[in-house]
Design a protein around this ligand. Structure first.
Ligand SMILES: Cc1cc2nc3c(=O)[nH]c(=O)nc-3n(C[C@H](O)[C@H](O)[C@H](O)COP(=O)(O)OP(=O)(O)OC[C@H]3O[C@@H](n4cnc5c(N)ncnc54)[C@H](O)[C@@H]3O)c2cc1C
Length: 146
């Protein structure tokens, strides 16, 4: 079983920002990267400080990952399936792997809930489908926040 100071769930801008700060404060950090961050949808962002000419979502994420890893954060392509309180900390279930952490930071963004599921996903018992953005039917072509 792996033990870390902080388990960060989600490797979008929120999780990666937290990872860089915590790693710089010499905490052992594991980032669980469930994939398909909403940030990857950004065609060209014009509100990222330091990039007056704009920067795309994939480039932002690549830079943020490098920065977090530079300070020692580990980023793993895993989905956290379960989380429970244990003693003073937490135990997380990632497939067959168990992680213990003194603290857990939820940076899971938000998912689109639809009535219909793509074939690759199983609906909830209530019939709803929680889909990451790119699994939903339509993907906006323009940047709404520009
Ligand atoms: C088309 C478009 C354009 C945009 N343009 C801009 C812009 O120009 N400027 C701007 O500021 N914002 C923009 N946004 C908004 C921006 O993308 C979001 O605000 C940002 O991505 C939120 O970051 P986040 O880290 O909270 O979540 P996300 O980027 O969604 O990342 C969350 C991550 O958590 C992971 N996750 C969830 N559950 C688990 C689990 N159990 N285990 C492991 N991982 C898990 C997900 O898989 C995902 O990778 C835009 C959004 C869209 C769709």
């Amino acid at each position: 079983m792996t033990a870390v100071d902080v388990l960060i769930i989600g490797a979008g801008p929120a999780g990666l920002t937290a990872a860089t700060y915590l790693a710089r404060f010499r905490r052992s950090v594991l980032v669980a990267d469930g994939g398909e961050p909403r940030a990857a949808w950004i065609p060209l962002s014009h509100n990222m400080p330091g990039f007056p000419e704009g920067i795309g979502g994939d480039a932002i994420l690549t830079r943020m990952r490098l920065q977090a890893e530079e300070y020692g954060a580990q980023i793993r392509p895993v989905f956290v399936e379960g989380l429970a309180r244990e003693g003073d900390g937490f135990t997380a279930r990632l497939g067959d792997v168990r992680i213990t952490a003194r603290a857990v930071l939820l940076a899971t963004g938000w998912w689109t809930i639809t009535r219909t599921c793509p074939e690759s996903r199983t609906p909830s018992p209530g019939g709803w489908c929680a889909s990451a953005p790119s699994a939903t039917a339509s993907r906006p072509s323009a940047n709404p926040s520009r």
